[in-house]
Design a protein around this ligand. Structure first.
Ligand code: ZN
Length: 160
């Protein structure tokens, strides 16, 4: 069976950045299962897997625009200390949430400053070229239920 829209594809993958640092990997876990053609994985990887079958191994480089998007500089700004809850321990990596017109945005504290903190609301992988080592483990048709939900159920997918 070949990877196409509405197929459930199980993959093992290792994700590295340009410097070769491993950012994420399914190694030692069950494979990642996703519903193909529904935007459940980054577009560049989904396109590269189109038409592949179980046993297919490849190296895929994904540009930011086909990955987690370009970093938006407007989502990086300094916020003064008094804008944070008084009991919040501010340090690098602290996550804070803000409601915006597009819903809730997660901001990471990237640096502490004299006045407060620099916040970054971009996805941590935004603006990065992604390098995947990927192996297709299994391809099967999605169930009707999975197609209605737009995601995979069971092993490697949603449990509900
Ligand atoms: Zn579901």
């Amino acid at each position: 069976m070949k990877t196409a829209a509405n197929m459930v594809v199980s993959i093992h993958y290792t994700l590295k950045d340009d410097s070769g640092e491993v950012l994420d990997s399914s190694s030692g876990r069950e494979p990642l299962s996703y519903l193909h053609g529904h935007g459940n994985i980054v577009p560049g990887l989904e396109q590269a897997l189109e038409g592949t079958a179980a046993g297919h191994r490849s190296q895929v480089a994904v540009e930011p625009a086909e990955g987690y998007g370009e970093a938006n500089p407007e989502l990086v700004f300094e916020a003064p200390r008094e804008q944070f809850p008084a009991d919040l321990k501010l340090e690098e990596g602290t996550r804070v949430y803000a409601e915006g017109p597009q819903g809730r945005i997660t901001f990471r504290v990237v640096e502490l400053t004299e006045k407060g903190a620099m916040l970054d609301g971009n996805h941590p992988l935004a603006g990065k070229r992604l390098h995947f080592d990927v192996e297709v483990v299994e391809v099967r048709p999605a169930t009707k239920n999975e197609m209605e939900h737009g995601h995979v159920h069971g092993e490697g997918g949603h449990h509900h």
